[in-house]
Design a protein around this ligand. Structure first.
Ligand SMILES: [Zn+2]
Ligand SMILES: [Zn+2]
Length: 291
């Protein structure tokens, strides 16, 4: 083996809140590289030490194998004297003055989290705030950079032992996922009528019942409120139009999946990756034949 080399590395781009540190940890461990990684106000900083080939492979991986939500804009390296350090660590974030770190937008719940949401044996069964390092809220909850739980609106929710164990486990997809939570430690859903007082009972069940009765619901989601009605309930849509003073402009229609969308509108091939992607934007599509 060649003599060890030590590098200081800076990575800029969307590299916080996207599982970048756990990713770096995994790749460094795979390649037998020692050193550390952390977040600061501008991005991610690392020091890495190992053979030249291992380091070159590692630097290529930083771009080539980056997590799905990451966007690597720039990698800078600087040679340091080797220290003989053993093992690889995720270190505490440092603060500093230039707040330049980019934060990922909120992204839609990933397939693995949806599977947990629907699994009656999972402890997050039916829990609407399920998230992991590959999905969930980011921009909406961040209050400062570097992006750590303490700099998010989740700081008020102390992790339970189960969540803390996932957060600390490098093999878990919630390793360093800052908004990690569950029904025992995270935010909860409530249902209120006009007086604003939360009512007892199943809040989702009540909301569904009221929608079916033709009510207009304000649903507080990530980043704001959605006003919701059952889309094919004409009196409810008319009430919403009157209240919004929106006579003609179409409303966005929420559907469960692509198959449901195809029952209502034409879905050209180019629209599929957009509709099914991590951003899940509102997409304008040609109306289908009227049934
Ligand atoms: Zn997820
Ligand atoms: Zn928990």
């Amino acid at each position: 083996m060649t003599a060890p080399v030590r590098l200081r590395v800076r990575v800029d781009g969307i590299v916080q809140g996207v599982g970048f540190r756990p990713f770096v940890y995994t790749v460094a461990t795979e390649r037998g590289i020692s050193g550390f990684v952390g977040n600061d106000a501008a991005g991610v900083f690392l020091e890495i030490e190992g053979g030249t080939e291992a380091l070159a492979g590692f630097l290529a991986d930083l771009r080539g194998r980056a997590p799905v939500l990451a966007q690597v804009d720039r990698i800078d390296t600087e040679r340091l004297a080797p220290t003989g350090e053993a093992g690889f660590r995720i270190v505490a974030s440092t603060h500093g003055t230039g707040r330049a770190a980019l934060i990922s937008p909120d992204t839609t719940t990933c397939a693995e989290c949806l599977a947990e949401l629907r699994n009656p044996w999972d402890r997050r069964f039916g829990y609407p705030f399920v998230n992991c390092v590959n999905c969930g809220p980011r921009f909406t909850i961040v209050t400062d950079v570097p992006y750590d739980r303490a700099a998010t609106t989740m700081a008020a929710f102390e992790m339970c032992l189960d969540c803390a164990a996932e957060y600390a486990d490098p093999t878990d997809r919630r390793f360093h996922a800052e908004p990690v939570c569950c029904p025992s430690c995270g935010p909860t859903v409530s249902y209120a009528e006009r007086d604003g007082r939360p009512e007892p009972g199943d809040p989702i069940g009540r909301a569904v019942r009221r929608l079916r009765e033709g009510a207009v619901l304000a649903v507080k989601g990530l980043g704001g409120y959605h006003l919701a009605v059952v889309a094919d309930c004409e009196p409810a849509v008319a009430t919403l139009r009157r209240r919004k003073q929106r006579e003609e402009k179409p409303f966005a229609v929420l559907v469960a999946d692509l198959a449901a969308a195809r029952g209502l509108v034409e879905v050209p091939a180019a629209a599929v990756p957009v509709l099914a992607g991590t951003a899940r934007p509102v997409v304008l599509l040609p109306a289908g034949p009227v049934p």
